[in-house]
Write a protein that binds this ligand. Structure first.
Ligand SMILES: *[C@@H]1O[C@H](CO)[C@@H](O)[C@H](O)[C@H]1NC(C)=O
Ligand SMILES: *[C@@H]1O[C@H](CO)[C@@H](O)[C@H](O)[C@H]1NC(C)=O
Ligand SMILES: *[C@@H]1O[C@H](CO)[C@@H](O)[C@H](O)[C@H]1NC(C)=O
Ligand SMILES: *[C@@H]1O[C@H](CO)[C@@H](O)[C@H](O)[C@H]1NC(C)=O
Ligand SMILES: *[C@@H]1O[C@H](CO)[C@@H](O)[C@H](O)[C@H]1NC(C)=O
Ligand SMILES: [Cu+2]
Length: 388
C-alpha cells in the first residue's frame, strides 16, 4: 500500500506540525496516513495479545474498506454498478406510507428522513450512521451481487479543487461530477448560521455513472438557494440530482488541523468532545468535518434529512466512520463509550443516550441492535471491517 512507503515522512511531519505544514495538501495526506498507520498498529498489537480462535474477527481477517482513489477502475465500476442496481430494484415500503420511495435505494433515504431528528447531534449519531452504512453495504452485496466493500472519500486531498478529485471528476470511474452551472446565491448551513458561497455547479449532474439518476424523495430541508421543500417528508418529487461542489467548504474545514484536534488534540479527549467537534460548533461559525463534507458536495447533499439521495453520501459517511475508527483505536478503553442525549442538540431536552439504546434500520433489512454491538468494527457480530 502506498501509505507504507510514505510512513517515515508522515511521522516526521506529525512531530513538527506547524501552520505551514498543515496548510500543505501533501502533508495533509501524510497526517491522515500517519493516523491510519497508528490505528492499524494498535489493532495488530491487540490481536497479538488476545487469545481467540483463528476464526474470530481481528485486524488480519477483517473486511477492508478502501480509499476510492486507491481502487482500480474495475472495482470502482463494480461499486457504481451495484448502486445503480439498487436504484433499479423496487422499494419494500408500502406506497401509501412512503409514496416517494420508488426504488430500493430510496428505502435507505426514507429511513434517514424518518429518523433525522433523533440521529444527529445525539449520542447515537456515530453508531447510527455506522450501522446505516453497513446495512447499505450489505444490501449492495446481498441484493446486487457486489463483491467488494464500502469505499470512502478521503477528505484530505483535492480540497482546493474537488472537481479534480477521482471521486468527483465526472469520469466513468468517479461518483459523477459537479452539477451543471446554475446561478444561485449559495447555501445556508450550520442551523442558519453559516453561509456558503455558490461554486461552479448548482444544477443537475451531467456526467459519470449517476448522470441519469432520478431522485425521488426530498428536499425536506433544502440548504441551497432556490430549492423548495416538499409538502410532506415522504412525498414523491422526481427530479435530477443536484450538486454544487465547494472548494470553499473543503478548504476551510476539511483540514489537517481539524483532524488532529479530534484525533490527538484537545477535542480528542472524550467521545463527547470528539463527536461534538466533528459535528461542528455552529454558533462559532465552525461547520465541523461532518457538515463540511455534506456542503463540499452541495446541492441535495446539504439537506439534513434527504442527503442520502446523493450516492456520494455513503463515501462521505464511510470517511466519517473511518475517523471515528481511528479515534477509537487511539483511545481504548474510552472507544466504547457514548455521550449525548436522544434529541437533536438536546432539543427538546431529553435523557442521556445509553449503550442499550436500540438502533433500528427499518426496511434496510438489518435487525435492530443495541449501540453496544456497533461500537467495535472488529466485534464480529455484525461488524468485521477495517479501513486501509
Ligand atoms: C418511522 O419511525 C417510526 C418510529 O420512530 C416507525 O414506527 C415508522 O414505521 C417509521 N416510518 C418509516 C416510513 O420508516
Ligand atoms: C442573488 O441575490 C441578489 C441580491 O439579493 C439578487 O439580486 C439575485 O437575483 C439573486 N440571484 C439568484 C439567482 O437568486
Ligand atoms: C442516459 O439516458 C440517455 C437517454 O435516455 C441514454 O442515451 C444514456 O445512455 C444514459 N446514460 C447513462 C449513463 O445511463
Ligand atoms: C479544538 O477543539 C476544541 C473543542 O471543541 C475547540 O475549543 C478548539 O477551538 C479546537 N481547536 C482548533 C485549533 O480548532
Ligand atoms: C448525562 O450526561 C451528562 C454528561 O455526560 C452528565 O453530566 C449527567 O449527569 C448525565 N445525566 C444523567 C441523568 O445520568
Ligand atoms: Cu445523517
Amino acid at each position: 500500500m502506498h501509505f507504507h512507503t510514505r510512513f517515515a515522512l508522515a511521522s516526521t511531519a506529525l512531530l513538527s506540525v506547524s501552520a505551514a505544514v498543515v496548510s500543505s495538501p501533501v502533508c495533509q495526506q501524510d497526517i491522515v496516513k500517519d493516523l491510519q498507520e497508528q490505528a492499524i498498529a494498535v489493532l495488530k498489537e491487540k490481536a497479538a495479545n488476545t487469545e481467540k480462535g483463528s476464526s474470530s474477527c481481528n485486524v488480519f481477517n477483517a473486511h477492508v474498506r478502501k480509499d476510492w482513489a486507491a481502487m482500480p477502475a474495475a472495482e470502482r465500476k463494480a461499486y457504481t454498478k451495484a448502486v445503480n442496481c439498487l436504484m433499479n430494484k423496487p422499494s419494500k415500503y408500502d406506497p401509501d406510507v412512503v409514496p416517494g420511495a420508488k426504488s430500493r435505494y430510496d428505502d435507505f433515504v426514507a429511513q434517514h428522513i424518518n429518523q433525522t431528528m433523533s440521529i444527529h447531534g445525539t449520542g447515537n449519531f456515530l453508531s447510527w450512521h455506522r450501522y446505516f452504512v453497513w446495512s447499505y453495504e450489505t444490501a449492495l452485496k446481498e441484493e446486487c451481487h457486489y463483491d467488494g466493500y464500502q469505499p470512502y472519500w478521503n477528505w484530505f486531498s483535492y480540497q482546493d479543487n474537488p472537481n479534480e478529485s477521482p471521486v468527483f471528476d465526472g469520469s466513468d470511474t468517479s461518483m459523477s461530477g459537479d452539477g451543471a452551472f446554475a446561478a444561485h446565491n449559495g447555501s445556508v448551513s450550520g442551523a442558519g448560521n453559516i453561509f456558503l458561497p455558490s461554486g461552479k455547479g448548482g444544477g443537475c449532474i451531467t456526467s459519470g455513472p449517476f448522470k441519469n439518476m432520478t431522485v425521488n424523495l426530498g428536499p425536506v430541508s433544502p440548504a441551497m438557494d432556490g430549492e423548495a421543500a416538499v409538502p410532506s417528508a415522504f412525498a414523491w418529487n422526481p427530479r435530477c440530482l443536484k450538486r454544487d461542489l465547494s472548494a470553499y467548504a473543503a478548504g476551510k474545514w476539511l483540514t489537517s488541523s481539524n483532524l488532529l484536534n479530534i484525533t490527538t488534540g484537545p477535542a480528542a479527549s472524550t467521545i463527547e468532545t470528539f463527536q461534538d467537534e466533528l459535528q461542528g460548533r455552529f454558533a462559532d461559525e465552525f461547520l465541523g468535518m461532518h457538515a463540511a463534507g455534506h456542503y463540499t458536495l452541495g446541492g441535495d447533499a446539504g439537506d439534513l434529512y434527504a442527503s442520502p439521495v446523493d450516492p456520494a453520501f455513503w463515501l462521505h459517511h464511510a470517511m466519517l466512520d473511518r475517523v471515528w475508527w481511528m479515534w477509537q483505536a487511539l483511545h481504548f478503553p474510552q472507544a466504547f463509550t457514548v455521550a449525548g442525549t436522544i434529541t437533536i442538540l438536546n432539543r427538546p431536552p431529553s435523557r442521556n443516550t445509553t449503550l442499550e439504546d436500540p438502533i433500528y434500520m427499518g426496511q434496510s433489512n438489518a435487525p435492530e441492535r443495541p449501540i453496544s454491538q456497533l461500537l467495535n468494527t472488529l466485534g464480529g457480530e455484525p461488524l468485521c471491517y477495517i479501513y486501509l
